[in-house]
Each structure stands twice: as structure tokens, then as C-alpha cells.
Design a protein around this ligand. Structure first.
Ligand SMILES: NC(=O)c1ccc[n+]([C@@H]2O[C@H](COP(=O)([O-])OP(=O)(O)OC[C@H]3O[C@@H](n4cnc5c(N)ncnc54)[C@H](O)[C@@H]3O)[C@@H](O)[C@H]2O)c1
Length: 264
């Protein structure tokens, strides 16, 4: 049986953060559905691993080292895209990190670093992709937000939450501005998905895992693969009337208020 409405053949996609976690899982799923890929990350070794995993089953994706908080590097990335691929149909704007620090201690420099990474860099990626998609008359962008886009986490997340809140408003504004001209912009808001930084935090304080699970009715932490179906849907024409949405990928976290009791 063919891929039907989820067939991505003929589409070109950029995936940032493709050396690990949700970026790698997204890249694999898009490739399995026929997309041609330009994969970017800071981590060359990880990018090469993702490239090999995909090339074992299909066409070899192009990889490029790119710091998505560096506007000059983003400019060069899109110049490469124009030269080698000639179009962009889907942007998975995934890369980006926070800095944990208490609100009373965080420095302006730390705040700026987080915003440069999660807000200004992400916006530059949307702008470069968006200009090309507007010229084509179609395209789809997904920004990764977070649980912290909607709710406060405490535990030193002030800069991360402020920035992830901005990612949500960026998504709403861009979708409102660009929908009529065929460009869709959505956000996926994950709760805790296992990755190297969560592993470190659990190793430092084993009670963290239970704390996170107490907010997840589904009863398990996320796995990077949990994002694959959503990414394929949002990259495909099957989602052509879906734009400006904020999709929780959180095992039921957002639906449950803090005083709720998880059913057994
Ligand atoms: N894992 C979670 O629990 C969770 C929850 C909500 C949101 N998020 C967000 O989702 C995104 C991906 O998370 P993940 O769990 O897949 O993380 P991960 O650590 O597994 O992968 C992140 C990748 O992004 C790359 N990266 C980081 N900064 C970069 C930069 N400036 N330029 C280019 N590449 C860069 C890293 O090298 C790494 O390969 C992040 O923005 C994260 O904040 C994660």
C-alpha cells in the first residue's frame, strides 16, 4: 500500500536539531515518507549518524553544521538550500536550548543567550523559509514550543518559559500573516521527552522522574518517536487546513489542572 495522503515525495524539508532526540526522529519519519532532507545541527558526529540511519533505507540526506542562534550561519544555510535544492516545503524548527537559573539570579547575558537561541534564531529560520514558501505559494513550518509555553514550571525555567511563550506568539502571528498566501505555521508543545539533559537531571536527582510523571496522566515520559506522526501530518497536504495551532504532545498534561488526580 502507498503512503496516500501522507506521501511527502517531491517535498524538501529542513530539520534543525537533527543530530539527536526529536530532530533525529522527525528526520527519520520524513525520510520514510519520501521527503528530501537538509539536516542541520551543531553536532557533526550526531548528524552523520542520523544521515547513515536514513541512508541505510533510502536516499542520503544532505547535512550541514549550523548554529541556529547565529543569523549569519542561517543566511549561509539558505543560500546552500537555494543552490542545491531550489525550494523548501517544510521546516521543522526544533533545535534550541535553555539555561536554568533562578529569576533572582539570572543575568541579562543569560537571558539574551536563551532568546537569541529560542526566539531570534527560530524567527530567522521562519523568515528565511517563509519568504521562499510565500514565493512558491505553499509551505508548512512547525516550531517546537514546550509545556513551558503555556504553564510555569519553576525550578529555574524563567528564561526558557519566557522564550517558549514567545515561540507560541511567533507561531500565531506568522500563521495569521501567511495563511492566505499558502504558508502554514503550527507549534508542537511537548512535555518531558527523554533526552540527554533529562537523563542528567534524573541522575542528579532521581525524584525528578516521579515529579514529572505526577503531571502526565498517560503514565510515562515521552519518547522522541512520539513526535513522528505529528510531524508527518503537519508536513503533508493532509493538514492543509491546519494552521496557527498549538498542539500539546504531553501525555495529557495540559488537560489536567495541577490539583487533578490521575485515574487508575
Ligand atoms: N525533551 C523535552 O522534554 C522537551 C520538552 C519540550 C520542548 N523541548 C524542546 O525540543 C527541542 C528538542 O529537544 P530534544 O529533546 O530533541 O533535545 P536533544 O538534546 O535530544 O536534541 C537537541 C539537538 O539540538 C541541537 N542544538 C542545540 N542548540 C543548537 C543550536 N543553537 N544550533 C543547532 N543545533 C542545536 C543539539 O546539538 C542536539 O542535537 C528543544 O528546543 C527543546 O527545548 C524538549
Amino acid at each position: 500500500m502507498g503512503l496516500g495522503i501522507f506521501d511527502l515525495s517531491g517535498k524538501v524539508a529542513i530539520v534543525s536539531g537533527a543530530a539527536s532526540g526529536m530532530g533525529r526522529a522527525t528526520a527519520i519519519a520524513l525520510a520514510e515518507h519520501g521527503a528530501k532532507l537538509l539536516l542541520i545541527d551543531l553536532n557533526e558526529e550526531g548528524l552523520k549518524q542520523t544521515q547513515s540511519m536514513i541512508a541505510a533505507a533510502g536516499p542520503r540526506p544532505t547535512i550541514q553544521i549550523c548554529d541556529t542562534s547565529d543569523l549569519a550561519m542561517i543566511g549561509k544555510l539558505f543560500a546552500k538550500l537555494d543552490l542545491e535544492m531550489g525550494r523548501i516545503d517544510f521546516l521543522a524548527n526544533i533545535a534550541g536550548e535553555g539555561i536554568l537559573a533562578k529569576p533572582e539570579n539570572i543575568t541579562q547575558e543569560q537571558l539574551l543567550t536563551v532568546f537569541q537561541n529560542l526566539v531570534f534564531g527560530r524567527f530567522a529560520m521562519c523568515q528565511e523559509a517563509g519568504r521562499r514558501m510565500l514565493a512558491q505559494g505553499n509551505g508548512s513550518i512547525v516550531n517546537i514550543g514546550s509545556l513551558a509555553s503555556n504553564t510555569a514550571l519553576g525550578r529555574g525555567h524563567i528564561a526558557y518559559s519566557m522564550a517558549m511563550g514567545a515561540v507560541v506568539q511567533m507561531t500565531r502571528e506568522l500563521s495569521t500573516e501567511w495563511a492566505r498566501r499558502g504558508v502554514r505555521v503550527n507549534a508542537i508543545l511537548p512535555a518531558q521527552v527523554m533526552n540527554p539533559s533529562l537523563e542528567k537531571r534524573i541522575a542528579a536527582d532521581p525524584s525528578m522522574e516521579q515529579k514529572w510523571l505526577s503531571g502526565i496522566p498517560r503514565g510515562r515520559l515521552g519518547n522522541p518517536k512520539d513526535i513522528q506522526g505529528l510531524m508527518v501530518l503537519l508536513a503533508s497536504d493532509a493538514s492543509s487546513w491546519i494552521t496557527g495551532t498549538l498542539i500539546p504532545m504531553d501525555g495529557g498534561n495540559l488537560a489536567m489542572n495541577a490539583g487533578g488526580t490521575i485515574g487508575t
